[in-house]
Design a binder for this molecule. Structure first.
Ligand code: HEM
Length: 190
């Protein structure tokens, strides 16, 4: 049984080990621009402008074949050359949540190839998905997605994000903010 923490807070403010380089409003209400981002375990008191909470959870859509393929190709967070990161909070429409699991899987993979496309960017991009929806009825997003990569893979990451945003799955996204970050103290190298 894993005892790794599951609840994380992403706190936008003036503290933390990530410097915010850009906040792009993709669709829906954006987030206030902040200088720094702190990633904290649990739901901690904070002095930031905003705090987003998410929990890592079980997979919802992957099938065995994909899970095995992902596990063999993906790398974890915290690699020393991955000095860039993206926090992309996403909310999906009420219509998405009214669908059944098989209908959502069909849109997510059969129609949008989310996993097949995403796999092509591994191991360059390290990823972590956090779920928000079950925390409370008032969470501002459904998912907090987190990615880490080296400056040499920044263009590839931009391309991936562009491809996903034109997929049928993204027709169900009604709020998305794209926050780009660089590890504090390393901006002179970029
Ligand atoms: C780096 C390559 C990527 C890979 C390999 C990948 C893979 C996956 C996988 C396997 C899942 C499903 C997990 C499950 O079964 O529940 C997933 C979910 C998700 N991914 Fe990605 N992904 C990638 C990039 C991205 C990017 C760039 C974004 C945002 C722009 C994104 C947003 C999401 C969201 C929002 C979900 C949750 C979907 C839902 O449950 O409705 N992913 N991803």
């Amino acid at each position: 049984v894993s005892s790794s923490p599951r609840l994380f807070s992403f706190i936008g403010g003036t503290a933390g080990s990530w410097c915010v380089t850009a906040v792009h409003e993709v669709i829906g209400e954006t987030l206030p621009i902040v200088a720094r981002l702190q990633v904290a375990v649990n739901d901690v008191p904070h002095a930031g402008a905003w705090s987003l909470r998410g929990i890592s959870s079980n997979d919802r859509y992957v099938i065995r074949e994909e899970k095995t393929a992902l596990a063999s190709k993906q790398e974890g967070l915290g690699r020393s050359d991955s000095i860039l990161a993206a926090l992309i909070p996403i909310r999906k429409t009420p219509g998405w949540w009214l669908l059944t699991q098989d209908e959502r899987r069909d849109i997510f993979e059969a129609q949008s190839h989310h996993i097949r496309v995403g796999m092509q960017y591994l191991p360059a991009i390290a990823r972590k998905l956090h779920h928000c929806r079950d925390l409370s009825p008032h969470e501002p997003f459904d998912f907090l997605t987190w990615f880490e990569y080296a400056p040499t893979d920044a263009a590839a990451f931009d391309e991936l994000v562009r491809v996903l945003r034109t997929s049928p799955e993204w027709a169900y996204v009604d709020r998305e903010v794209d926050v780009r970050l660089i590890k504090a103290g390393e901006s002179s190298e970029h």
